[in-house]
Write a protein that binds this ligand. Structure first.
Ligand code: AMP
Length: 449
């Protein structure tokens, strides 16, 4: 099937062509006619399936076909999405597909100053893309009214629930006109999401695509067993391959991400980290540099990577395995987008083997093991740092005895008369403080304080 057989108007068809798309993805093929017909939609699809264009194209078309000549335009479509990164990407998509339509959009999200956003809202805006918290803020400050919304899109509803936004979402829905078209997208359908969909959709058409299995099938996956201490060296070794123009590397922690970036920079590989401790501007800059391929390696934590959408990203490297198997599928879903090629490389140390087993169970296939590499796993049973021994519990009598002994010892150890008591200006030295603290801790542990 071609886009041209979906009854899409010329200005949008032209833009889609300019984007380089020829055939619609399954979610687009199924959703576009339903939405153009004015029917509510319940879409079960994940990022990476072409979902954004599946709603952006028909929304643009419907707005364009009913556009009035009023001087001051009102916001007619609201797209609610959970993360800033997704909001920005959706805004970019509306701009790209709508570039010949005259339909305008703006994006609002938290974590940055609201002033540029409120300035943009003073202009003529047809489509508003927003995250829930900032949207409610701006509504409360009367910068935004939802009274003229004709098409409402709720994107990634299940993530809204995961991220604790569901109450904000419900508050926003209560402010929408009752007469409207609603498009509801979610990758999974837990009970609470089904309930929400039931309350806000009117006779919806259901459209489902199964991205998990398709991503898993498209992406070439491999695992390197390697000792924890050799992961940096292995990463450098793999990045010697010039075929790898860019790679998205996942770590479990923010600290871990920073450490990997340090190692790469030291070895003259351009790298940046993207995680929750970075300011929004820094994150956006890092993402833009990565998309422009001026940064070769982007190191991300799972939360920060939500919604990262980079065309032609071929390599994802799991520097650390996640302890949640579904996260693996989300991570590798960053590559192999819309049928493109993708490679996912996982580093697995001895302690992470159980996580790998969980992943293989979830995706119902064995991941290819790369044996002949420079840093094979040697330490199959790494010795964990020994836990501090707790002193044995004493009975009450013994504890009392110990208490009185300690009290006596403390009495005899009292400072001489020329100490602090006689010299109120002098403070205990730092080392003195530490020693004292140490002593107190020991006594506390023994149950004598
Ligand atoms: P999404 O699921 O909306 O995040 O889209 C995933 C990726 O697929 C984005 O990078 C889009 O640019 C790309 N894409 C969307 N639709 C098509 C299409 N019909 N053909 C090729 N690529 C597409």
């Amino acid at each position: 099937m071609l886009f041209s057989s979906l009854n899409i108007i010329e200005p949008i068809l032209k833009a889609v062509e300019e984007e380089g798309y020829t055939t619609p993805t399954p979610i687009q093929e199924q959703s576009i006619p339903v939405i153009l017909h004015g029917t509510d939609l319940l879409g079960c699809a994940q990022t990476g399936t072409g979902k954004t264009a599946a709603f952006a194209i028909p929304v643009l078309q419907l707005l364009r076909e009913t556009q009035s000549n009023e001087r001051k335009r009102k916001i007619r479509s609201l797209i609610l999405t959970p993360t800033r990164e997704l909001a920005i990407q959706i805004g970019d998509s509306f701009k790209a597909y709508g570039r010949h339509t005259g339909i305008t959009n703006t994006v609002v999200f938290g974590g940055v100053s609201q002033n540029p956003q409120t300035a943009a809202l003073r202009g003529n805006i047809d489509v508003l893309i927003a995250t829930p918290g900032r949207l409610l803020d701006l509504i409360n400050q009367k910068f935004i009214s939802l009274g003229n919304i004709e098409i409402f899109v709720l994107d990634e509803a299940d993530r809204m629930l995961d991220m604790g936004f569901i109450h904000d979402v419900k508050k926003i829905i209560a402010l929408l006109p009752r007469k409207r078209q609603t498009l509801f997208f979610s990758a999974t359908m837990p009970g609470e999401i089904v309930k929400l969909a039931d309350t806000i959709l009117y006779k919806p058409e259901k459209v489902a695509v199964n991205p998990v299995s398709s991503t898993v099938d498209i992406v070439n996956q491999m695992v390197y067993f390697v000792d924890k201490g050799n992961k940096n060296a292995l990463l450098l070794d793999i990045l010697k391959d010039e075929k790898i123009k860019t790679a998205l590397v996942f770590t479990r922690t923010k600290h871990g991400a920073d450490k990997v970036v340090k190692v790469l920079l030291k070895n003259n590989i351009k790298a940046e980290a993207i995680h929750g401790n970075k300011a929004q501007n820094a994150r956006q800059r890092a993402l833009a540099n990565f998309k422009a391929q001026t940064t070769r390696v982007l190191v991300a934590t799972d939360i920060a990577a939500r919604g990262i959408d980079v065309d032609d990203l071929e390599y994802v490297i799991n520097f650390e395995m996640s302890n949640i198997a579904e996260t693996y599928v989300h991570r590798i879903g960053r590559t192999g987008r819309a049928g493109a090629k993708g490679t996912a490389i996982s580093f697995c140390d001895a302690e992470e083997k159980a996580y790998l087993r969980d992943v293989e169970k979830l995706i119902a296939k064995k991941i290819k093991v790369i044996d002949n590499h420079a840093y094979p796993l040697m330490d199959h049973n790494p010795v964990k740092a020994p836990k501090q021994q707790r002193p044995p519990r004493r009975n009450k009598q013994e504890q009392e005895k110990q208490k009185s002994n300690t009290a006596n010892v403390n009495k005899t150890k009292q400072k001489p008369a020329n100490s602090r008591q006689n010299n109120p200006v002098s403070k205990p030295s730092d080392s003195g403080k530490k020693a004292n603290y140490g002593k107190q801790m020991i006594l506390k542990k023994r149950g004598t304080l």
